[in-house]
Design a protein around this ligand. Structure first.
Ligand code: BTN
Length: 235
């Protein structure tokens, strides 16, 4: 069960890295949480700034069946959105895994897997939320924290418990109905099918129309051609 075992650190390099390296020693559902990460990372190995005050945790899954890591990304993205709704904070998801508030990034979810052939042996889902931490000056136009908008500090452990509880509920409900979870996740997305996006292609800015949104890529019509894209600018 998610959160049956919780391992806490004051400082760690990265909770994702810890579980990726030590998954054989821990059971399914183990949560690793740290007050501070020294080498937190996000999608495409971008640095994830993780000082004291934020909520930084990862969850280990050992699925018995073939299941895509992106299912867990959606699960935790929706869980975070629903948890924040309890505080009347209404956030959106910027495709595929960023939680946005007032046009700035509040949180991110990163799933990674270890596979034997096509079968996942371990999936690690990392969640990072700017909660009580100050956002450095150079990131202030791009990132936001809960403290900044609510003018108060949050209990990190309470928030963690709520997110894990919502994740357990969603997992029970949607493991056998994955498309239903995808539909919910799509409702929270900022991007909708049919929207026009500004894109960079070969150093040029172009306009593209979203033809289809999937969890792994977007199908975009650019200059009359349909292309798959895996990330959108700005990040
Ligand atoms: C992203 O937006 O690209 C995803 C960011 C995920 C950050 C979290 S913080 C806890 C866990 N440990 C990491 O090193 N990364 C994830």
């Amino acid at each position: 069960m998610i959160g049956e075992k919780i391992v806490s650190f004051e400082t760690i390099n990265s909770t994702n890295r810890f579980l990726m390296e030590n998954h054989t020693n821990y059971p399914d559902g183990t949560v690793v949480v740290a007050l501070k990460q020294t080498s937190g990372y996000g999608r495409n190995k971008r640095i994830w700034y993780s000082p004291k005050g934020g909520l930084w945790f990862s969850v280990l899954f050992k699925p018995r069946k073939q299941i895509e890591p992106s299912f867990y990304t959606r699960l935790f993205s929706v869980s975070v959105v629903r948890t924040l709704e309890k505080f009347k904070i209404h956030v959106n998801i910027k495709w595929p895994n960023d939680i946005y508030l007032y046009g700035r990034k509040l949180a991110g979810v990163l799933s990674e897997g270890i596979f034997e052939g096509k079968k996942p042996v371990a999936i690690v889902v990392g969640v990072g939320i700017n909660v009580n931490n100050d956002i450095p000056e150079e990131l202030k136009t791009q990132a936001i924290s809960l403290k900044e908008i609510m003018n108060k500090e949050f209990s990190l452990m309470k928030l963690l418990e709520m997110i894990l509880k919502n994740a357990r509920i969603l997992l029970r409900k949607y493991t056998k109905k994955k498309e239903a979870l995808t539909r919910i996740w799509k409702r929270y997305l900022i991007q909708k099918e049919g929207d026009i996006l500004h894109l960079r292609e070969g150093g040029q800015e172009k306009l593209g129309r979203i033809v289809k949104i999937t969890s792994d890529y977007l199908l975009i019509e650019i200059d009359g051609e349909i292309k798959k894209i895996y990330s959108i600018f700005p990040h």
